[in-house]
Structures are given as structure tokens and as C-alpha cells.
Design a protein around this ligand. Structure first.
Ligand code: SF4
Ligand SMILES: [Zn+2]
Length: 306
């Protein structure tokens, strides 16, 4: 509806991105990132265990700025995801039947069907009589690797020729025209690729359907682009290495290696401990931090045993 309106109004409306961008900057907001010990699938590519560790050692706040534009994109993204998933409950392609499976909540009584390990089809009718269900993202957690994440969806695929059934990951991203154009030229964003590989690592699945939706589709003919992504052993090993370094830092106070080559790397500009990472002798600060954490732990154990 909105797109139809915008498309029919194109001649009357002249867009001015400069003004919009300036206005959006007024709403620039900052968010304190909660430093948890587990790495997350959605930002695994940019995650730096060394940064996580040093921010704790030096008691630095890890603040990351999100522009209002970025926030709106996230909100719109989740709105679209619900809508798209609704349309993907069942579809047929290339002699294969695709069913959206996972966890479902009854919109009326909130009863949940299925769970993170038992993926089910939407139930026909709830015990309360309602036939309206919302899809809940399936979450995964790997305690060995200190890693977690939630997938946009799981698809059950039935091949009518081989009569085989397999499960695959569904990942949906809402992007703008500029990024969509890049994808038309054999581009694939490394952070999305790593995110999908992390889902494979967490879920044990080996294949994904990656769906890109162009939120500026009224300016362009390309609305949707789909990719099949397969399991990539080499990248999975790199992700595992990052997770193990993170866990070793949490449990054994071992300083993880750098992901930046120099303090001038793009990623380092966003890092609150860039100076300590490259220029400080950290041993003394790490030892002090270790003693503090161990004492806190001892106090807690004593309290719990009283
Ligand atoms: S500068 Fe780079 S490598 Fe060093 S802690 Fe920050 S993000 Fe990690
Ligand atoms: Zn119900």
C-alpha cells in the first residue's frame, strides 16, 4: 500500500536525502552494549574477544552508536520479517515443498507449540479455539563455545523426486537500493556470510536460504534476491577459533589475539580499548582484574554456602 502510494507520487515528490540524513542525525542515539560472555551469531564477524576482555579489565564502557536511520531499519526489518515469514509458511519451488517450521505462539492465549529443538508446523487450531499463530524465532546456545543466536526461520524441505526431507536455515535481510545493486554484481557481505555459517555451527544444519528484500523497491526493479548458502568448513573453523579465544579469556584470563592489523583499521575506530590493545603492557592490569574477579567469586560462594 505504502509502496503503491510512493510509486504513484514519484513525480510530485522530490526526495532530498541530504536533508533527511541531517534530520536523522538529530535523533542520533547511543546504546550501551551489554557485555555478556557469550558471542552472538548476528555480529560474529565484527566481534572481538580481545575488545570484550580488555573493556572488562579496564572497566571501560562499550558504547556503540546507532543512528536513528539504523534503528528504523531494524524496526522495519523485523516488521517485514513477520510479514514475509507469513507468506513463506508454504511454497513450492524446483520440485520441492518448503514448510516453515519452528515455534508458534497462539495470538489469543499465548500458548506455545514446539520449542528450540522440536520444530513444528503451525498447528491448525489452538486448544483455545483460535487459528491465529505467530512464528517465534528458534534460538540456539552452545555452552562449549560460549556462542548463541536465533535464526529468522527453519524450513522443512521435501523433495518430491527423491522423497527425501531436509531442514535448512532461513535468513531474511531488509536492505536499501545501494546495497541491492552491489548484490547484483556478485557481492556477498562477509558479516552476513559469517552470521549464516554461525547458524550452521549452532544448529547442525548445512544449508540456508538467504533472502534479501529491497526496502527501496519502488525505485528499482529488483525487489527480492535469493541465495543458497552452503556449509563452509574453513569459515566455521575461524568462528570456532574466535569462540575458543573468548572462552579462554572468560575462564582463564588469557588475552585474546587481535582482529585488527593496525590501530587505524575501520573496526579499531569503534573500539574503546584501541590504545590498550596496541600500546599497553596489559599483564599487570589483567592480573589485578583476575584477582578482583576471583575474590568476588569467592565471596559469592561463601554467601551461597551460609
Ligand atoms: S583495536 Fe581491534 S583488535 Fe584491538 S581490541 Fe579493539 S577491536 Fe579488538
Ligand atoms: Zn490459544
Amino acid at each position: 500500500m505504502l509502496q503503491k502510494f510512493l510509486a504513484s507520487s514519484q513525480l510530485k515528490i522530490k526526495e532530498d536525502n541530504d536533508v533527511s540524513d541531517k534530520l536523522l542525525n538529530i535523533y542520533e542515539v547511543s546504546e550501551t552494549v551489554d557485555i555478556e560472555d557469550y558471542l552472538r551469531a548476528h555480529n560474529i564477524f565484527y566481534a572481538c574477544p580481545r575488545e570484550n576482555f580488555l573493556t572488562k579489565v579496564y572497566e571501560r564502557e562499550k558504547v556503540r552508536s546507532f543512528s536513528a536511520k539504523g534503528k528504523i531499519s531494524v524496526i522495519l526489518g523485523s516488521f517485514f520479517q513477520h510479514d514475509i515469514r507469513d507468506k513463506m509458511k508454504f511454497f513450492y519451488h524446483d520440485n520441492k515443498e518448503f514448510y516453515l517450521v519452528g515455534k508458534w505462539t497462539c495470538k489469543n492465549c499465548k500458548k506455545i507449540y514446539g520449542d528450540d529443538t522440536t520444530w513444528v508446523l503451525p498447528p491448525g487450531v489452538c486448544s483455545c479455539g483460535s487459528t491465529d499463530f505467530a512464528y517465534c524465532e528458534v534460538s540456539f546456545k552452545n555452552d562449549e563455545l560460549y556462542l548463541k543466536g536465533s535464526v529468522d526461520g527453519i524450513l522443512k524441505v521435501y523433495d518430491r523426486i527423491t522423497e527425501q526431507t531436509e531442514y535448512i536455515v532461513l535468513e531474511i535481510k531488509l536492505i536499501g537500493n545501494t546495497v541491492m545493486k552491489k548484490y547484483e554484481e556478485k557481492f556477498f557481505s562477509a558479516d552476513y556470510y559469517y552470521q549464516i555459517q554461525t547458524y550452521f555451527l549452532l544448529s547442525g544444519l548445512k544449508k540456508a536460504l538467504f533472502l534479501l528484500i529491497n526496502r527501496d523497491a519502488w525505485q528499482s526493479t529488483q525487489i527480492i534476491k535469493t541465495f543458497w548458502v552452503s556449509y563452509d568448513e574453513e569459515v566455521i573453523e575461524k568462528i570456532k577459533k574466535k569462540c575458543i579465544e573468548n572462552k579462554e579469556a572468560v575462564l582463564k584470563f588469557v588475552l585474546p589475539s587481535r582482529i585488527c592489523s593496525t590501530p587505524l583499521d575501520e573496526r579499531a575506530k569503534d573500539c574503546p580499548v584501541v590504545k590498550e590493545c596496541f600500546f599497553a603492557a596489559n599483564e599487570w592490569a589483567i592480573e589485578k582484574y583476575k584477582q578482583r574477579i576471583l575474590t568476588e567469586k569467592k565471596d559469592l560462594d561463601l554467601k551461597q554456602n551460609q
